[in-house]
Design a protein around this ligand. Structure first.
Ligand code: GNR
Ligand code: NI
Length: 175
């Protein structure tokens, strides 16, 4: 397994609509495992393939609490089948926008269809953090970031700070 570098916004890769997986093969399973290792190291509760530079529809999540056993979920081609009518406001963060947080309104629950790591089609009913997290990850596969759900003013403030943070990260790696 390997820890992969995480792409920071703004970056055109994070705005790309990702391609469907035609078959969950060994290469995709390897990508899922590397993404999980990268996510746990960050640490984060979810990660989408475009965040590690791969524009394909692959997502990993683990929303288990710290006092629970890990519950990794590997997904290819995740889709929202249905969403609940009731909404929830949650403070979201993103590994591609480090140290920026904002309240986002989304459906509180969702039924998700995906292919697991063996290529078997599964449906899960989600609520709470898992529902929020999977919707955030599916957004990534469609080139959408959580800041696209907030005001343009707040979004532009965050992007300006990210441009500066990226410049400083590049200067660091240069010396
Ligand atoms: O680690 C993460 N935490 C988080 C918190 C609230 C809503 C969504 C998330 S996902 C994020 C990791 C990430 O950037 N996934 O794409
Ligand atoms: Ni994210």
């Amino acid at each position: 397994m390997a820890i992969l570098p995480i792409i920071w916004a703004p970056d055109p890769i994070l705005k790309t609509r990702c391609a469907k997986i035609s078959e969950v093969d060994a290469e995709i399973r390897r990508l899922m495992d590397d993404m999980l290792e990268t996510m746990y190291a960050a640490p984060g509760v979810g990660l989408a393939a475009p965040q590690v530079g791969v524009t394909r529809r692959v997502v990993v999540v683990d929303c288990a609490r710290a006092d629970e056993e890990p519950r990794p979920i590997r997904m290819a081609n995740p889709e929202l089948l249905t969403v609940s009518e009731d909404e929830a406001i949650n403070e979201e963060g993103c590994l591609s926008l480090p140290s920026h947080y904002a309240d986002v309104i989304r459906p509180a629950g969702a039924k998700i269809l995906y292919l697991d790591e063996t290529g078997v089609s599964r449906v899960i009913k989600t609520e709470g953090l898992l529902a929020t997290c999977i919707q955030h990850e599916i957004d990534h596969l469609n080139g959408i970031l959580f800041v696209d759900h907030i005001s343009a003013l707040k979004r532009n403030m965050i992007f300006k700070k990210m441009v500066k943070a990226k410049r400083e990260r590049h200067l660091e790696s240069a010396d």
